[in-house]
Design a protein around this ligand. Sequence first.
Ligand SMILES: Cc1cc2nc3c(=O)[nH]c(=O)nc-3n(C[C@H](O)[C@H](O)[C@H](O)COP(=O)(O)O)c2cc1C
Length: 323
Amino acid sequence: MRNYLFSVAPMMDCTDKHDRYFLRLIAPDVLLYTEMITAQALIYGDKNKLLAFNETEHPVALQLGGSDPVMLSECAKMGEAFGYDEINLNVGCPSPRVSAGRFGACLMREPKLVADCVAAMQSDVSIPVTVKCRIGVDDQDSYENLHAFIQCIAETGCQTFIIHARKAWLSGLSPKQNREVPPLRYEVVKQVKKDFPQLKIVLNGGIKTIADIEAHLPDVDGMMIGRAAYTNPYFLAEIQRNYFNNKDVLTRPEVVDQLILYISYQLKNGVKLNNITRHILGLFQGQWGAASWRRYISQHAHHQSAGVEVIERALQLTGLQTL
Ligand SMILES: Cc1cc2nc3c(=O)[nH]c(=O)nc-3n(C[C@H](O)[C@H](O)[C@H](O)COP(=O)(O)O)c2cc1C
């Protein structure tokens, strides 16, 4: 049960395949999640474009949004056929657009429907189907409600729950505020683990340092890290070193060197430099030269003809080079 102890959270407009390729260079063993893809978009849209990923990204999980069991199971099958390692259902996104479509966090009010969705997906795929949820929504935030929600879904055989340790307010707060304003209540997630020791309970929300991880690890089965992994991606190297006993993680300049090969290939296939470099601005966070790196890339990567020389120059400005 204790594999994939650490993961990078699904984040719209952030964890696309370029970002995941980059993060994988830093952390070979951390589980990566796609951005949420709605069942609607997948069924009616360009499946190849939405689902394609690079083989090096494994282990990688596909996050789906939706509430129609038939559509979701169709999408789960597609995800499995594409080679994803896990299908995750989003029951945590509080965006009004998402709620209007009856998926995301508003589904915490409908455990039976979530259970039907999970059961339908599970019956059609052999990879794990997991659920990412909040600790509550609006006034429905008692521990009894959360317990009943988990119980109902666990009865389908679902074994892994990733729980963002905040409730969500479905009206009145923006998605961003919903990641900051409701207080983090880690003790609630830890209680879930106590009450359901047979389940894999992954804690999410506000984890930024190894000290944070150390504080919670004894009480849960894993951690999912969102914003800290995006703004300070090399934090994942610390996780890799500490928890996967991997002393040979790439240095930052080595990551850049490897990425340049990937970028050269992507540019030849029509990808714009900026579509990749926007994910790597935080690589040198906390290091001398971090500001130069960020500034140089921000100023130059969006130019029409920009190529890998922008990154090479930015790396020179950090004063750090590979041998
Ligand atoms: C820009 C952004 C986009 C997000 N998109 C998603 C999403 O697509 N699906 C989802 O379940 N959560 C999404 N989230 C929430 C994160 O997965 C995570 O639950 C939240 O940021 C709390 O973790 P953190 O404090 O480590 O960032 C998003 C968060 C951010 C910052």
